[in-house]
Design a protein around this ligand. Sequence first.
Ligand code: DC
Length: 228
Amino acid sequence: MHKITIAIDGYSSCGKSTLAKQLATELNYTYVDSGAMYRAITLFAIEYGLASKESVNAEGLIDQLGNVNIDLQYNSETQSVTTFLNGKNVEEEIRTMRVSEVVSFVSVIKEVRAKLRSMQQELGKRGGVVMDGRDIGTAVFPHAELKIFMTASPDVRAKRRFDELKAKGKEVSLEEVRKNLVSRDLEDTSRKEDPLIQAEDAVVLDNSDLTPERQLQIALGWVKERVV
Ligand code: DC
């Protein structure tokens, strides 16, 4: 069957990666978590003293970009992504609040976006890819055959993210998680470079009240319409 490119964009923690992984498994496609790449660069910047909650040394980070090597490995059997930064497994660390609180400030840097965009385009070159993020349908794959714009209410999203972090044993409050989501939404939608916006030709999926099974059925219906 003809393999297409699927771009999934949307707000923080609205279930993009769940849907992307479901689709990748169902269709035997490659899954790429573009947010993990932004998180890995952010971790690099924090570790080199180039970024914190208070400030980002954009010039210093741009100078170091040649030394940032990111590799994503996706295991379709366990549906898990492992992110490597310069050969080190950083998967756990990039999901912590320490990184979440800084990632939006690093994501506004044009040169960071250009580097990651070209890596993402390379990964999607052969089609049969489902990639989630904020600018996939608008900047990375503007010609993707299927673009899904996902949304869910902030309360639903905060609760889901909070439960995820809690299950991993992380000490955070629901309010802290909610605040981080709302501020990242604002940063992501209002930045100058590739802001989060719904592509004109995207289909909208609000999954506030949908089960994972139902959301997969809906998305598979859209895929079907495009592969004939
Ligand atoms: O999907 P996520 O929450 O793991 O993404 C982390 C941050 O990375 C998000 O707040 C904004 C940034 N990001 C981006 O700017 N563009 C993308 N395509 C993906 C993520």
